[in-house]
Design a binder for this molecule. Structure first.
Ligand code: ZN
Length: 329
């Protein structure tokens, strides 16, 4: 289930390096009015047609800039994150001296959904509650392994839908002061609370997420294109797997193509190495000489929602480790 777009991560000045973003071509989505501000990509941002099919030469915007993949961390950033995870684990181990603070084996995550609206129309962001409920169902199915992957420790419980009409926050612009203002005003709960922000997004993005940190950060959370929810209008990306993918980052997963064919890749041993993102739903893709074909059905790749349906046991383990290091109360 679930497919993903040509999600490319952007690295924009002023955007935290821990921010992940998915790029969705406006051509693929149809939810973006042709006259909208983002029918033309801002300078330096390379929009990619959803039909790019992964050809290297297709990953170039009409403006001619080869696109930097924003979700792709540098090797140095990965080293820093892995060192931080180890440090967070040591910190927790020193804390946890008694049985009452044993690491959790299963987790129900409270979810607060902030629906950012420009006005009361559907085009203005007024997504019905039914789609939000279906998104929670998709998260629960995906993380339970019931779509075909490994079961993870995580379940999701919707605790609140918070509707906010504020044209200055719509669309949600990645890395903007408006995004910071929105999250600072709206984020609720502790590090264990998943805050999801829904709206039209800047630059044809499908979504972005923050990785876990040791301290509570008001920017913490997941931003998802409203029409990517199950039943939304984002063609090929409307089965809710953008939400699943972004929450994967929030739980400390990298992309399956992180690091390409060499080194520790995505720091998960049972996801075969992959040289670059896969788009649409390719057959037999195998971009690295190491064992295993590309994990195109993994939620952390960039394929269509209908193509992706699983996490691996290694990813499940990595997420639980990170939960106990960073987000457990
Ligand atoms: Zn991503």
């Amino acid at each position: 289930m679930g497919l993903r777009p040509n999600l490319l991560t952007r690295r924009t000045a002023g955007v935290a390096t821990s921010t992940l973003a998915l790029l969705l071509s406006t051509a693929a989505v149809g939810v973006v009015p042709a006259a909208s501000a983002f029918s033309a990509a801002p300078a330096g941002v390379c929009a990619e047609p959803a039909d790019a099919h992964g050809h290297a030469d297709a990953r170039v915007a009409k403006g001619g800039h080869p696109r930097l993949d924003p979700n792709q961390l540098t090797a140095q950033q990965v080293r820093e994150r892995e060192a931080d995870l180890a440090a967070a684990q040591r910190e927790r181990a020193n804390f946890r001296t008694g049985p009452t603070v044993a690491p959790l084996a299963s987790v129900t995550i409270p979810v607060v959904v902030h629906v950012i609206q420009e006005n009361s129309t559907r085009a203005g962001g007024n997504i019905p509650d039914s789609l939000i409920n279906q998104q929670i169902t998709v998260l629960n199915q995906s993380y339970a392994g019931s779509t075909g992957g490994a079961a993870t420790a995580f379940a999701f419980q919707l605790t609140k839908i918070n509707r906010v009409t504020n044209p200055s926050w719509y669309p949600i612009v990645q890395g903007s002061s408006a995004e910071r203002s929105m999250k600072t005003s709206l984020r609720t709960g502790g590090k264990n609370t998943l805050n999801i922000y829904l709206g039209e997004l800047s630059d044809s993005l499908l979504g972005w997420a923050t990785f876990p940190k040791r301290t509570l950060d008001k920017m913490d959370g997941v931003v998802v294109l409203n029409e990517s929810l199950p039943g939304g209008t984002a063609t090929n990306y409307n089965q809710g797997d953008t939400g699943t993918h972004e929450v994967g980052h929030w739980l400390n997963l990298y992309h399956t193509f992180q690091g390409g064919c060499s080194g520790s890749g995505d720091s998960v041993s049972d996801t075969p190495a992959e040289a670059s993102p896969a788009y649409q739903c390719p057959t037999g893709r195998d971009t690295c000489s190491t064992a295993g074909k590309d994990p195109i059905t993994n939620f952390m790749d960039y394929t269509y929602d209908s193509c992706m349906y699983q996490f691996t046991a290694g990813q499940a383990s990595r997420m639980l480790t990170a939960w106990n290091a960073y987000r457990a109360a």
